[in-house]
Ligand binder design. Structure first.
Ligand SMILES: C[S@@+](CC[C@H](N)C(=O)[O-])C[C@H]1O[C@@H](n2cnc3c(N)ncnc32)[C@H](O)[C@@H]1O
Length: 202
């Protein structure tokens, strides 16, 4: 019974729904370090366009909007519970027309008016059905000089520094298979386990 509850709760991080999903969102919002770090790896300018896949409670969107004040920040996520939390967290930037949050799956992103300078995704790629295929679709949305950043901090039971390296290697291989170039792996010390971010260009 307890395990059943636990596994249902863990499932909430894939697509938060209902009251357990709201709780998962609050927990994720309480851990902004990986969002802040990922955003710091992008060379943001105030009029850039950025796309975040799987924005969850909207911490990285909030972090992006500290620098991007005259461009556009678009977020896609499949969870309507996360959409509500992220909209609340980013109310002012949405009202100012800088942030636009949309319900959409990375496997079929909606059309956008122009290409992005930055695409990022945090603790999300492991949930994508076809990661290489989705990375190819994101590639088409990135400007030639743009950068993608895919971050994972593995939080499953027993995850350690080897798990972090394995995730980094897997992301790198997915990016290579999708045809990205200039692939770099960055590791940041964090608690309870390190965080890996792999960046690349098209
Ligand atoms: C573990 S949460 C991470 C949220 C946020 N990036 C963070 O680090 O706090 C994963 C998020 O990705 C979303 N997600 C899962 N699969 C997705 C997909 N195929 N396309 C878009 N979003 C997805 C979930 O709804 C959830 O909000």
């Amino acid at each position: 019974m307890a395990m059943n509850f636990l596994s249902k709760f863990v499932e909430q991080f894939k697509k938060p729904a209902g009251c357990m999903g709201r709780l998962a969102g609050l927990l994720m919002a309480g851990e902004p370090a990986k969002s802040v770090w990922t955003v710091s790896l992008l060379n943001l300018r105030k009029d850039d366009w950025a796309l975040e896949v799987g924005f969850g409670p909207g911490r990285a969107i909030e972090s992006l909007s500290r620098t991007i004040t005259e461009g556009r920040i678009v977020g896609i996520d499949i969870s309507s519970v996360m959409l509500r939390q992220a909209k609340k967290r980013n109310k002012e930037a949405i009202e100012n027309g800088v942030v636009d949050l949309i319900l959409a799956d990375v496997s079929s992103p909606p059309p956008f008016k122009r290409k992005f300078d930055h695409i990022l995704s945090i603790n999300n790629i492991m949930f994508w059905e076809e990661p290489v295929d989705s990375l190819k679709k994101l590639q088409k949305l990135l400007k030639p000089e743009g950068k993608i950043a895919i971050t994972v901090q593995p939080r499953m039971r027993g995850a350690d520094q080897n798990t972090v390296k394995e995730f980094g290697q897997q992301i790198k291989e997915n990016l290579q298979a999708a045809g990205y170039r200039n692939i770099h792996t960055h590791i940041r010390q964090m608690k309870p386990v390190n965080c890996v971010c792999v960046t690349a260009t098209i």
